[in-house]
Design a protein around this ligand. Structure first.
Ligand code: NAP
Length: 465
């Protein structure tokens, strides 16, 4: 199709504006849905631009669109909300692989035409597209496997892994230079791709469960950087801008997550803390003799005497889909004149904003939701802290145990409330695999059972009085 380049560029410009406006709208819960739609409209414009960009074989593209859309729709319908982080990890990986494959395809084409030395800018972009793309792909596959439980979530630390990674990084640098100055050498290209894949694996396996949110958003940023580099390879303005936006927003989110967890990026990437904690926790969890548990009736008695309650939702609330009964509990308590607030930890659940989405779905007013910094000073005044399927985000080991993977992460200070009720199925650890000493705190009452079922009984008890 012979379309003037200004039409294509206008489409890319409009798409970029949609992406920027979409990102802005995504920053608030109230406007996030619209932001998503504006972003999707931008993507449609970008795809139109790409299809008009130059003459191509549309038959194959239609086949790919039908296949890809079919797989996408099926996954979107089938994948549970709680498995969304894995899904995001997988998509980041595919983005990285796509960039690496496109950059490799362009490089192979150039090598086949006998070019010996690549133009410097083009060569660097190609090498970066391949390198970052493959690191993103294999790193994301490991993150996916860890989150899906296909491999252990705890850090896997090879002896001298920092040195190995450093050496691989240096080798990649040399190979990158060789690809640019001696394009005819197929070996350099093959070795660059292979070692980048190995580095992706080695960078992610030493990272433990609690730090996974940071890794996912970092890999998301990498996928954007790879796309941006490939945009330069193809001289495609749309891809350059989109990749840069994904790369930049991913790195901003990574910074926010690091801050929330009181980690530096270097600490997440290279510390590999708590490698033994999972096993140690399992061993220590054996003798939980001091745990005090009660049923919905006892819990209802505690609530009857309370004037202020802080609810701490976590991953278990998502698993059990207990948000609606939590909303009913909130209403019941408020009708009895109890002041109810929600404490939202930045990494509660399995993705950023997970709790906000669920509570919004249950029509719980945004005004009741308080961020960690705002809610922590209120715990000493709270009569009851009700923890619904949360664990790591309340674990005092983050303050006290230097060898814990959670060490240094700011927590919700439920231990400062006058009494604590933990609503969960058993004494199981959270995502980081760390025992929670709060279960044996004299102020704690364990309310065992599936969150939705247990809270239903609690609400019935409260309504009966
Ligand atoms: P958590 O530490 O994973 O604890 C969740 C608890 O929910 C478990 O201990 C489990 O205990 C309980 N549970 C599971 N199913 C339940 C059910 N049906 N009913 C009641 N309870 C149930 O969750 P969290 O406190 O929300 O902390 C989040 C963790 O995930 C952090 O370590 C964070 O770093 C990590 N993470 C976060 C993100 C993110 O972006 N937010 C992404 C990836 C990882 P039982 O088995 O005893 O019931």
């Amino acid at each position: 199709m012979d379309v003037p380049s200004w039409v294509v560029n206008l489409l890319y410009l409009s798409a970029s504006i949609c992406f920027i406006v979409g990102l802005k709208l995504l920053s608030s819960v109230r406007t996030a849905k619209l932001g998503n739609q504006v972003g999707a409209a931008g993507m449609l414009l970008a795809i139109c631009g790409a299809l008009l960009y130059k003459d191509m074989n549309y038959t194959w593209i239609i086949v790919a669109i039908v296949l890809g859309s079919g797989i996408g729709v099926t996954l979107a319908v089938l994948v549970k909300m709680t498995a969304m982080p894995q899904m995001v990890g997988l998509l980041n990986g595919f983005g990285g692989a796509a960039s690496a494959l496109v950059a490799s395809g362009e490089l192979i084409e150039v090598i086949r035409h006998g070019v010996e030395r690549l133009p410097l800018g083009w060569g660097i972009s190609t090498v970066l597209g391949i390198l970052i793309g493959w690191v993103t792909f294999t790193g994301s596959m490991i993150a996916y496997a860890k989150l899906q439980g296909l491999m252990p979530g705890r850090p896997i630390v090879l002896p001298g892994f920092k040195v190995i990674n450093g050496v691989l990084g240096a080798v990649l640098l040399v190979l990158g230079v060789l690809v640019v100055v001696n394009a005819t050498g197929w070996w350099w290209f093959a070795a660059l791709s292979l070692i980048a894949m190995v580095l992706g694996v080695l960078l992610v396996i030493p990272i433990g469960g609690a730090d996974m949110p940071v890794v996912i958003s970092l890999l998301n940023s990498y996928s954007g950087m790879a796309a941006c580099a490939t945009g330069f390879v193809l001289a495609n303005n749309g891809l350059i801008i989109t990749g840069a936006l994904v790369g930049a927003s991913g790195i901003i989110l990574t910074q926010i997550m690091c801050k929330a967890m009181n980690r530096s990026l270097m600490n997440v990437m290279f510390a590999a803390v708590g490698a033994q904690e999972g096993a140690a926790a399992a061993a220590r969890a054996d003798g939980q003799a001091l745990v005090k548990s009660g049923g919905p009736e006892e819990a209802a008695l505690l609530f009857e005497g309370a004037r202020s309650v802080i609810i701490v939702p976590g991953y278990g609330m998502a698993v059990s889909q207990a948000q609606h009964v939590v909303a009913e509990l909130t209403e019941t308590l408020r009708k009895k004149g109890v002041d109810v607030k929600f404490a939202i930890h930045p990494v509660a659940g399995r993705m950023p904003g997970h709790m906000n989405i669920l509570l919004a779905e249950a029509n719980i007013s945004y005004d009741l939701l308080l961020d960690m910094d705002a809610v922590n000073p209120l715990f000493p005044e709270a009569d009851v802290a009700l923890v619904v399927g949360a664990n790591d985000i309340t674990n005092p080991a983050a303050r006290t145990r230097r060898d814990s993977p959670l060490y240094g992460m700011p927590i919700l200070e439920v231990d400062k409330a006058r009494s604590i009720i933990f609503c969960k199925r058993g004494l199981g650890a959270g995502f980081a695999g760390v025992e929670n000493e709060l279960f044996t705190n004299p102020k704690t009452m364990m309310l065992f059972g599936d969150a939705k079922e247990t809270l239903k009984k609690l609400v019935a008890e409260l309504k009966a009085h």
